[in-house]
Structure formats: C-alpha cells, structure tokens
Design a protein around this ligand. Structure first.
Ligand code: F6P
Length: 424
C-alpha cells in the first residue's frame, strides 16, 4: 500500500498527506496543490492550528474543524453541488476540507486525499459525476484480495480506515451516499469516526428523507425518453417497453411513467399480471390508439415470480445487478397482443448529465445543512429533506430499511385515475 499516513504532528506543515494527489479523469493532480504548505490553495480556508499546537481553547462548537468528504456508491447528478456547498460552508467557518477519492479507498491509501478549497470547487455545481470519484465495490469491511491460487479472499480493513482517519487529524466525515454507503458510514461511526451523512441516490429509496438528490434529474431524463418514444411507437404502431432504474423501489418508473403518459407502469411494489398488462395495451385500440408504452422498473416482477438479475457476486460488490425485465416483457407481450413490440433499457443515462435545478438546489442545501449540523455538534445523523426545512435523522433509522412507494400514495391514485394500468 503506497503512501502510509504520517501522524498529526505534520499538521499544518504541508506533510499531512503522503503521496501525490491521484488524478481522476477530468481532473488533474496539478490543479490541486498537494501540500498544505502551498499557500495558493488555502485562500479563504486557513488552517487554524499547526503542528505541535494545542487546539484553540473552547468547546467543540468553537473549534475550527478539519473535515473530510467522500462520495460512495453509484453516482448521481448533484454530487458535485454537495461537494461545492460543503467546501464553501466549511471554509467560511475557517475549517479545512479534504476530499477522499473513490469512496472509502482514500482512507486506506491516503495519497488519495486532496485538499478542497473554494477555488478548487468553483464551477462544479452544474457538473454531473463527482470530482472525487466513487465506487460500489469499496466496502472497507470486506476488501477483496487476490489469492495465489487465483481465488479471492476478503479482509476487514475498517480498523485501518479508523486509524488513518485519526492519524490524519480529521474531525468529521461527511459521507455522501445511498443505502449501501451510508450503512458503511454508520458502521464506521460506531467504530469511532464521527459522521454526518448526505442522502444521495437516483432511486429515491432512502428512509428518513422525502427526497434524495439525483432523483429529479433521473426522472427528467426518463420522462424525456418516454416522450420521444411516443412518436416512434405511434409511427410504427408498436408497443415499446422502457426499463428504468430504481432497484427495489418504483419511484423513477412511477414518476416518469405518469409524467410521460405511459399506458402501463410496472413497479416492484405491485407484482403484475401479464394478462392484465396485455389487456390494457389491447384496450388502446378501442380509443383509436394503435400503440402502447409500458414503463417497467428494473425491479418489477410478475405475480409469483422473481426480480430479474443480470449479475451476481461480482468481486467486492454486495448488491446484485437487476435487469432484463423489459426484454422478457417484450417477448411475452408480443405473444399476447400480436403487436410488434420492442424494448429499451435507459440504464446509466439516468445517472448522467447536469443536475436539474431542483437537484442542484437540493444538493446545495444538503451540503450547507451538513456543515451546520457539524457545527451544532450532531454526529451519526443524516441530513433530511423535510420541506420546508432540513432536519437531522439518526443514521441508524435511515439504514434500517428502504423507502418504497406507498400503495396509498397520491401518485398511485393519480395513475389509476388517469387510466394507467399498474399491472394489477
Ligand atoms: O442505485 C443506483 C443504481 O443506478 C440503481 O438504480 C441500479 O440498479 C444500480 O445503481 C446500477 O449499478 P451499476 O452502476 O453498478 O450498474
């Protein structure tokens, strides 16, 4: 492992982090001054104590903190806006901010820690992806190592993560993630890393918050695609089955399907009956509509059937990859309706591009609120969007279960009132 961390005695001397900042695609290590000795990166973000000095007098709330931020799991539009807001809000308080690259990897290989300054995060609010990089194979409790015989062994490296966090003199981790990354954050918090979390995922399936950032952008992308599919489906008098993401929750399918005037929306929360789906498509002809649009969540499943999966047990990954429902549904519907039927999988398009205004603002509010929570001394909590306010919810509550579409929700009722079939 390169770049073992040196102790906090190097704080403020420019040597707190070993090794060169690792450049990621679209970023340059040169753009990020590597040492705290370089005054150019410090503008507006002055470290307040240096090597050998005791912390400033006063309680926690009056301390000038050194915080780190990471982004974990699948990317979502708005990640950079959170990084921007956390950096600005923290630097305004005179704190230091460090970005941990590639999920938790940057706490194992500390050369992957980069200082973040207002200058470094300028202009990133509208950018998709994350300047810090992310991974959904970065579980520090289960790091895969190749074995000599060709197999893979797993090691718990969480103690090293905690030790490095302390050795680097970091005070709080801002963990930006979905259920997987936040479960890890909660476990690390129980091992002694003070954590404040920010809810990210296009799936909108995190408990404790009305919305996660990324969801609105994914829905906008999916709705735009469905809008376009109407014209080609109509021209060819075809049925088009659109598969959208969302894992075990149907939020993206429901919101984009209703907004995009789908005929049928299939979500994991409501197992579907193929005969009823086919009947609803056939019904279109009675109103002179010779085509049909079906929006299927990747986690949708027929009554008595299972969710369809594409990949199991990839090295270092705990989640299965869902997918394949649209293709299967297409075959079955063609047989039942006699209509030409095609499938399309929107896939990672839903995670890409610039965040919508709603997501940008939400992400900026999440980031700023996370810093306020840190200043208030809150730990092991997640920022929660509870309009019109931002609140704090215990991470333990967030990771205990996922948030699925309530069957008595107004959007479900609206679908039914509009004549959209939910397959039941
Ligand atoms: O959780 C976000 C998400 O995009 C899910 O909707 C989807 O099932 C999964 O991630 C895809 O993961 P990957 O990027 O590894 O293909």
């Amino acid at each position: 492992m390169s770049g073992a961390a040196r102790g906090p005695s190097t704080r403020g001397q420019g040597g707190g982090f070993d090794g060169p900042g690792l450049a990621r695609p679209g970023t340059s290590a040169r753009q990020v001054p590597e040492t705290t000795a370089d005054p150019s990166w410090r503008a507006g973000c002055t470290p307040l104590w240096t090597a050998g000095q005791a912390r400033p007098p006063g309680g926690l709330l009056s301390q000038r903190l050194r915080i780190a931020i990471n982004t974990g799991g699948g990317d979502a539009p708005g990640l950079n806006a959170v990084i921007h807001a956390v950096t600005l809000a923290a630097c305004r308080r005179g704190w230091e901010v460090f970005g941990i690259q590639t999920g938790y990897a940057g706490l194992l290989d500390t050369s992957r820690l980069v200082p973040l300054t207002p200058e470094r995060v300028a202009g990133i609010v509208s950018l998709g992806g994350t300047i810090l990089g992310t991974t959904n194979r970065g579980d520090p409790f289960n790091i895969p190592y190749p074995e000599p015989g060709g197999g893979v062994a797993y090691r718990d490296e969480s103690d090293r993560v905690v030790a490095n966090f302390r050795r680097l003199g970091l005070d709080v981790l801002v963990a930006v993630g979905g259920d997987g990354s936040l479960s890890l954050a909660h476990r690390l918090s129980q091992k002694g890393i003070p954590v404040v979390a920010v809810p990210k995922t296009i799936d909108n399936d995190l408990e404790g918050t009305l919305r996660t950032f990324g969801f609105d952008t994914a829905v906008a992308t999916a709705t735009d695609a469905i809008d376009k599919l109407h014209s080609t489906a109509s021209a060819h008098e075809r049925v088009l089955v659109v598969e959208v993401m969302g894992r075990y929750a149907g939020w993206i399918a429901l919101h984009s399907g209703v907004s995009g005037s789908a005929d049928v929306i299939l979500i994991p929360e409501i197992p579907f009956d193929l005969e009823k789906v086919a009947a609803r498509i056939a019904e279109n002809a009675l109103h002179g509509k010779c085509y049909g649009i079906v929006v299927a969540a990747e986690g949708a499943r027929p009554v008595g059937g299972d969710m369809m999966t594409r990949e199991h047990g990839a090295v270092g990954r705990s989640e299965v990859l869902l997918g394949g429902i649209a293709e299967w549904e297409t075959r079955e519907l063609a047989r039942r309706t006699g209509k030409e039927t095609r499938s399309i999988v929107l896939g990672h398009l839903q995670r890409g591009g610039s965040p919508t205004t709603f997501d940008r603002l939400l992400a900026l509010r999440f980031g700023a609120a996370a810093v306020r929570l840190i200043a208030e001394g809150k730990r092991d909590v997640m920022v929660s969007y509870r309009p019109p306010e931002m609140a704090a919810v215990p991470l333990a509550e967030v990771v205990a279960r996922s948030k699925r579409v309530p069957l008595d929700s107004d959007t479900i009722a609206t679908s039914r009132d509009l004549g959209i079939s939910l397959g039941d």
